[in-house]
Design a protein around this ligand. Structure first.
Ligand code: T46
Length: 138
């Protein structure tokens, strides 16, 4: 597979004042950005995610520090360690995701294709497997 969470390399502009990275919806990420949220003050033993989305597409970044992202399309699993603020992981709809092993002080920024909508979440793993299987035959 080409990777369940395609890695996106953002531009970086470096000069003696430091590095600058930017992101444009519809250009560097394959959707218009409707929402940005970030996770921080995450205890090192915490686990986040543990669900899939019916429609939502997202790109996940480690703006600072690092964490592990595990993704599952219902057939196979992959894991990524995010640690570079210029590299994001695109997570398509109907991908189960789990995030853990946050380093001390890690900041995870997420760009999302839609506003928050609890009805878009699939929080039951068996229900996710059924939805992913249905999507494969369509
Ligand atoms: C995802 C992973 C990577 C809101 O009210 N608005 C929001 O935009 C978000 C993201 C969450 N919330 C509320 C909903 C819950 O009551 O914040 C609470 C915690 O959310 P959740 O348990 O979904 O957090 P994570 O870190 O497990 O999951 C989040 C995103 O929800 C999810 O889409 O892919 O980050």
């Amino acid at each position: 597979s080409p990777g369940m969470a395609q890695l996106i390399d953002l531009p970086v502009v470096t000069d003696p004042r430091g590095d600058l990275t930017f992101v444009e919806g519809g250009n560097h990420v394959p959707f218009d950005i409707a929402r940005v949220y970030y996770l921080y003050n995450v205890p090192v033993d915490a686990e986040r995610g543990g669900h899939a989305h019916r429609q939502l597409q997202q790109v996940v970044f480690a703006l600072s520090g690092s964490f592990r992202l595990r993704v599952d399309d219902g057939k196979a699993r992959e894991e990524y360690w995010l640690r570079d603020p210029r590299q994001g992981a695109f997570i398509n709809r109907l991908i189960w995701r789990e995030m853990d092993r946050f380093s001390q002080g890690a900041v995870c920024m997420v760009l999302a294709s839609h506003p928050y909508d609890e009805t878009d979440y699939i929080r039951d793993y068996d229900e996710f497997l059924q939805a992913a299987a249905r999507a494969r035959v369509r």
